[in-house]
Design a protein around this ligand. Structure first.
Ligand code: ZN
Length: 279
């Protein structure tokens, strides 16, 4: 932790973070349940030899229970994710490899977690960071690619930065979880956010910065974390610059303070940014 960040420390407990999206019968996104875990040391590398394919994509060392040959596009996309984070955020790339463990189905995934992390409540996709490399676990499902992009964004951020504020961690993961050509204009959050803004409801960045644990994060908080990231990436140039400067301070180990304070009056352009945001 940074030297004078006693207040903010509580906001950064989630080096091992996990998320679940509960899906209704359709593809609709319903409230997310999120929690921080402190799993026991999980030594997946010593797991039984069930991996039938192993490939490297950028910093990711990917082991799968199925052939990855048909998934080359997704692997390429994950490799590209590293370059995009570096490009958009001007951070140094991940300084360590990240391990991906991909399961053929839910049954195998459940069995694996039950065997190796029995104390951890079941969740559909998982990012764990303790000693050693970050690890991402997921199984093939309708949301497989979204889950991977989301969890891998967490993994890349935590491999590059000594800490990441909770709201920013989730906001960036929500932003980068959709395919790159959908990120600016077609994120599912955008439509609901526009309705929120029509009704005059805005969740301030200062409010999000006070969220201390993942259990305090519901769908609304995820949407506004995403929205503030979108504002800083696509809104006023000075907002993007402040995000870059903030992350640069984090990476250098310089106490960054609160991003809301650093943004100052430019925060007032948040609603106008989305009202005028058109393809
Ligand atoms: Zn997340």
């Amino acid at each position: 932790m940074l030297a004078n960040q006693a207040h903010d420390e509580k906001a950064f407990p989630a080096l091992c973070a996990r998320r679940i999206r509960l899906l209704s019968g359709s593809n609709r996104f319903v409230p997310a349940v999120v929690l921080a875990i402190c799993a026991t040391l999980f030594q997946a590398r010593r797991a039984p030899a069930q991996w039938v394919d192993t490939r490297v994509a950028g910093p990711f060392v990917c082991r799968a229970e199925f052939s990855l040959a048909p998934g080359q596009d997704l692997l390429g996309e994950l490799g590209q994710l590293q370059r995009e984070l570096v490009h958009y955020l001007a951070i140094q790339p991940a300084s360590e490899p990240i391990e991906l463990y991909l399961f053929r189905d839910k049954r195998n995934y459940d069995r694996y977690l039950k065997r190796h992390m029995p104390e951890v409540p079941y969740r559909r996709a998982l990012y764990v960071k303790r000693q050693g490399p970050g690890q991402v676990f997921a199984y093939r499902s309708r949301e497989f690619e979204t889950d991977l992009r989301h969890e891998c964004t967490h993994a890349l951020l935590h491999a590059a930065l000594p800490l990441v504020p909770l709201w920013l961690d989730e906001g960036l993961a929500e932003y980068f979880e959709v395919p790159s050509h959908h990120r600016a204009f077609d994120n599912p959050h955008l439509k609901t956010l526009r309705w929120n803004l029509r009704l005059g409801t805005v969740q301030k960045l200062e409010t999000l910065e006070k969220k201390a644990t993942l259990s305090e994060m519901g769908l609304t908080e995820y949407r506004y974390c995403w929205a503030w990231v979108h504002f800083m990436l696509h809104g006023p140039r000075e907002a993007h610059q402040e995000l870059v400067n903030y992350l640069s301070d984090l990476q250098a180990g310089t106490p960054p303070g609160l991003l809301s304070r650093r943004l100052g009056n430019v925060r007032g352009q948040f609603a106008a940014h989305f009202k005028s945001w058109k393809r």
